[in-house]
Design a binder for this molecule. Structure first.
Ligand code: FES
Length: 335
């Protein structure tokens, strides 16, 4: 998934994550501070398959802090091409380490540690018509979707929204892509996206996919809803969803670690445990990937993720500690 914002560096015990060492085969420093890199197996072997909308975790050792950073980036190449993974990485000005380190380290020939692709933003199989609306670096998973829809002969359009043409990446790639005739460029100063003009009529088999900053996706989905698109037809990449840390303070007992911590408003369980020296597995830090799942031994979780099913939430015996909180004064966790 595109990394729109940088999160604080996290310590990740990634020993249980399957990681591929991949070589930076090609790097292009595109407009808008976006670096496009192609990653390949050192021996040229075919890479694990992925589907459009998938992302990978990049595991980065930050020499400045000595921490192991994990960042997620959407795969923006053609899923039919198993020879490489293509990523677009924004050098975010507010970066606290991840993208900055990657822009520094990802030189041709460098080896990066890459998790196997996972897809939390897939194309809907039953769609007859698809509309892809990307904002800035959020276009990356939609480029992979465009490859697939074009190969399938699907009916679709890709709307790519950006501030200005001279700050927009991927333009050369799009101009040469087989789907180039399906792409509509929207710049703030020229032909901005307008749902009433740019969206096809709402229909049960017409699906809209949007990715970009949260505010952009809120704006796109609100416009689509106003055009009578139903919730089942709207798909958004919530990988960068902000975590709601409001609410009363509570206590967490990390039973296996023998540590008890207070979790005030504004702090996640994961952050409180980490501060106390407890190792936690983190990846998306948005409640969507499931990496931080922990068993609940006592207490009542206040689920704020989008990973657990309604049944799993009701069971109350698991919690995602990157985002969820407690309804009870104390939670005892198996960590
Ligand atoms: S780290 Fe992804 S759900 Fe918590």
């Amino acid at each position: 998934m595109p990394q729109m914002t940088e999160r604080p560096p996290v310590i990740s015990s990634a020993s249980d994550v399957e990681i591929l060492p991949l070589v930076v085969q090609r790097r292009v420093d595109d407009r808008g501070g976006i670096m496009v890199i192609d990653l390949a197996a050192p021996d040229g072997a075919a890479l694990p398959a992925f589907t459009a909308g998938a992302h990978v975790d990049l595991h980065v050792e930050d020499p400045a802090t000595g921490l192991h950073l994990v960042r997620q980036y959407s795969l923006c190449g053609d899923p039919a091409d198993r020879s490489r993974y293509r990523l677009g990485i924004l050098d975010a000005p507010q970066s606290r380490g991840g993208s900055r380190a990657l822009h520094r380290l990802a030189r041709p020939g460098a080896v990066l540690r890459v998790g196997k692709p996972r897809n939390l933003f897939p194309l809907y199989a039953g769609a007859r018509r698809s509309v892809l609306v990307g904002g800035g670096i959020g276009v990356t998973p939609l480029l992979a979707m465009a490859h697939v829809l074009q190969a399938q002969g699907g009916e679709f359009a890709l709307h790519y929204c950006a501030r200005a043409q001279d700050r927009t990446a991927f333009l050369e790639e799009i101009a040469e892509a087989p789907y180039r005739d399906r792409v509509h460029l929207h710049f703030d100063d020229a032909q901005p996206f307008l749902a009433t003009r740019d969206l096809p009529p709402a229909a049960p088999d017409t699906h809209l996919y949007t990715c970009g900053p949260s505010g952009f996706m809120d704006w796109v989905t609100a416009q689509a809803a106003a055009c009578r698109y139903g919730a089942a037809q709207l798909h958004r990449e919530d990988f960068n969803a902000e975590v709601d840390t409001t609410g009363a303070a509570f206590e967490v007992v990390a039973a296996r670690s023998g540590v008890t911590v207070g979790v005030p408003a504004g702090v996640t369980i994961a952050a409180a445990l980490r501060e106390a020296g407890v190792a936690v597995n983190l990846s998306c830090e948005s409640g969507v990937c499931g990496t931080c799942l922990v068993d609940v031994l006592e207490g009542v979780p206040d689920h704020r993720d989008s990973f657990l099913t309604p049944e799993e939430r009701s069971a109350g015996d698991q919690i995602l500690i990157c985002c969820s909180r407690a309804r009870s004064a104390t939670l005892v966790l198996d960590i």
